[in-house]
Design a binder for this molecule. Structure first.
Ligand code: CA
Ligand code: CA
Ligand code: CA
Length: 379
């Protein structure tokens, strides 16, 4: 068994996975256009905030590991695994901003650090269902493992962009091979949780985005419970501009508490509450209240975290799976903005892929994602 994550950069003692360049496996065309857009989107050209840069660069995290994916099926059937973590070593602690000559020949543009990629892909995996978990009692990362992130990254690298992938699990803390719960910067984690994600998003904003004329662009892709964590993080760090959020059948059932799923879900509400109590942490909203925690103007029923987007997200692709007996709780809540609207939210409803198939890199759903990316990002 190979545990792919290892410390790189090491500024904050954490690790991140990196894929520069991509394989050319998998189809690149779309086979289904469904409800997708037909015109290019207007994309942000600068970051919000404009705060000063730390120049540190993110020390984000990812792990890729051998083993089984969420379904417990053989991951070798679903594409390349991304088991390598190759650090860029974001060890430059002195760079802040760099005066540069921009394309018009005038000086004074503030360019991001040389080690900042054009894109960072944030990938958040969902729950693993026992006994299909790589490490019992933990939720392993699978979106890089099965090649989903690689497929998405290839769309960007084929267009000439440099890309890093940071991957996270359905966890609050980081986890090591002994399943110990670790805070960011502690130990030798192989899975990275929300606390690391939160820290990394702040570092990403400050190091590579805010105040730069050529900021790193951000794409978020998440599946199932991972969508809950991803949206939670984006709501907390809502001054991080995200160009595209890809939600793969986001569901919060069994995220907040496990009672309905009889041991097959999570109890994140309790775990978060315990963390807050232990460390005196405060948040802008109750992170543990994922189900029906959001009241939106003009929407009658309270909404779930995974179905609500902050305005810092420009484009949202919402993919909903087909009902199956294997997982009879697909995403059936259409996404909304905080203001109650659905601007720039594009939905795909699968008529052939269930909850566990919809994130596979070479299925119809991901073909649709690729097609939308090419149009919406003008690639
Ligand atoms: Ca929901
Ligand atoms: Ca709730
Ligand atoms: Ca939804």
């Amino acid at each position: 068994m190979v545990w792919g994550a290892r410390s790189v950069g090491a500024l904050l003692g954490s690790a991140f996975s990196l894929l520069l360049g991509c394989s050319d496996d998998g189809p690149s065309g779309a086979s289904e256009t469904d409800t997708g857009p037909t015109t290019s989107a207007t994309l942000p050209t600068s970051a919000t905030g404009g705060g000063e840069s730390t120049g540190l660069g993110p020390t984000g995290s990812a792990s890729s590991s051998a083993g089984e994916d969420e379904t417990g099926s053989d991951p070798s059937a679903s594409g390349e695994t991304a088991t390598t973590s190759e650090g860029t070593g974001t060890t430059d602690t002195t760079t802040s901003t760099t005066d540069a000559t921009d394309t018009t020949g005038t000086t004074g543009a503030t360019m991001k650090p040389d080690d900042a990629p054009d894109w960072v892909i944030i990938a958040v995996s969902g729950h693993c269902i026992p006994p299909g978990c790589d490490l019992p009692g933990t939720n392993h990362e699978y979106l890089t493992k099965v090649g989903t992130t690689e497929r998405i990254a290839a769309v960007l690298t084929d267009a000439g962009a440099s890309v890093e992938i940071w991957a996270y699990s359905d966890e609050l803390y980081n986890r090591d091979a002994q399943t110990s719960q670790l805070l960011p910067g502690e130990g030798e984690p192989i899975y990275f949780g929300f606390l690391q994600l939160h820290e990394d998003l702040n570092a990403l904003r400050d190091g590579w985005i805010a105040g730069f004329d050529d900021p790193t662009r951000v794409l978020v892709v998440a599946h199932s419970h991972g969508v809950v964590w991803a949206h939670t993080a984006l709501h907390v760090v809502d001054d991080l501009p995200v160009e595209l959020a890809i939600d793969l059948d986001g569901v919060s059932m069994g995220w907040e508490e496990d009672s309905l799923l009889a041991g097959f879900g999570d109890d994140w509400d309790d775990v978060i509450a315990q963390y807050n109590q232990t460390y005196g942490a405060t948040w802008p909203f109750d992170l543990g209240d994922a189900e029906a925690g959001w009241s939106l103007p003009g929407i009658e029923d309270p909404q779930d975290t995974e179905d609500v987007l902050p305005d810092s997200v420009l484009i949202n692709l919402e993919l909903q799976s087909q009902f199956s007996l294997l997982f009879p709780f697909p995403d059936d809540d259409d996404n909304h903005r905080l203001g109650g609207g659905n601007e720039m939210i594009y939905r795909y409803s699968s008529d052939g892929q269930d909850h566990f198939e919809i994130y596979q890199p070479n299925g119809d759903a991901m073909d649709w994602v690729v097609a939308q990316m090419i149009v919406l990002l003008d690639l």
